[in-house]
Design a protein around this ligand. Sequence first.
Ligand code: URA
Length: 426
Amino acid sequence: MATPFSAVELIRRKRDGHPLADAEIDWLIEAYTRGDIAEEQMAALAMAIYFTGMAPTELDRWTAAMIASGERLDFSGLSRPTADKHSTGGVGDKITLVLAPLVAACGVAVPQLSGRGLGLTGGTLDKMEAIPGWRAQLSTTEMLTQLEDVGAVICAAGSGLAPADRKLYALRDVTGTVESIPLIASSIMSKKIAEGTSALVLDVKVGSGAFMQTAERGRELAETLVRLGTAAGVRTRALVTEMGTPLGRSAGNAVEVAEAVEVLAGGGPSDVVELTLALAREMLSATGRDGVDPADALADGRAMDVWRRMVHAQGGDPAAPLPRARHTETITAETDGILEHLDAHAVGLAAWRLGAGRARKEDAVQAAAGVTWTVRPGEQIRAGQPLLHLHTDTPDRLPGARDALARAYRIGTCTPVTPLIHDWIG
Ligand code: URA
């Protein structure tokens, strides 16, 4: 059958910096999802977009076409408003684990449709799967029932949401075309808009452990995401937050669950608490609950109650001991001083090499693998004191992780002053 457009012609046009028309975009996404456009042609188009960008109207249409490639969920039958949070991915980012039950404890339903990790930044589902018995796969009916009864759900996004993105993201991952603002923005927002949440808060990470290396690039991505969400009728806000240093004191799977539970119990590292509360306030405000202080629900145990019910509803045992690694190794400080820097990328790489992350989609992760650290940047350490702990079930992974951490930190006399939250947008 004759096709209405020529893929080669559209690639050439995009390569030469000309915008694509609505009908051309619709056809490209539809034909690619059906398998009628070759992977190498889509790869060339993604590279052309990487270099020449997209006009706002083009990006709106591209995102709409990706949404139209699959199904849309409908939360309008729930008795409370919905708010979702999406992080562009960072090292030690366990915020969702605390945030979902916390916001639910404040009266808002939180559907967290999440993914598994690929590369250095961990996936929320990999972390939750460290909890004995917990299952990620829920039917739509199970998800809606849990949202109504418990208020929060963290589960795998079904394959029916934005299937065009599923294909395109996998292709971008192997063709060096992930780090393009229009492609990232349309990828994230097509899934989030198709998911049907009424409010969305984005945590756009910047620094060595993130896609975006600078606050300026992060701001550009955040503005693009907020514009797309708002245009689609979703109340969307974004925070641009620091990812030059990892969050909290742990990166991995079970180690991050343990830290999230500490925060739910009213303790935990101050940066995790601060960012969780900032995001919770945005989610509550975007759903008309400005007067509710999420700090109260953390302090009085309501968030912990929702966590336990949420884990239990998905077959997990919130009281069961978390898996512990069969092998650990400690790196100690060589000198007295202040920890001036701990590099997010190096810590993420070490955790990944220890087995916390995967190199290919089909790889399994080790639940107990990861890195933990005893002091955060700005805190004092003494020579000989433990600084970093490496956890793995396979000891042959230890040297590679040690190498990754060799230049990951600096001990000196200066207190670092980088803010945790760089910007608010929306
Ligand atoms: N996360 C996504 O879902 N898509 C991207 O392109 C990048 C991060």
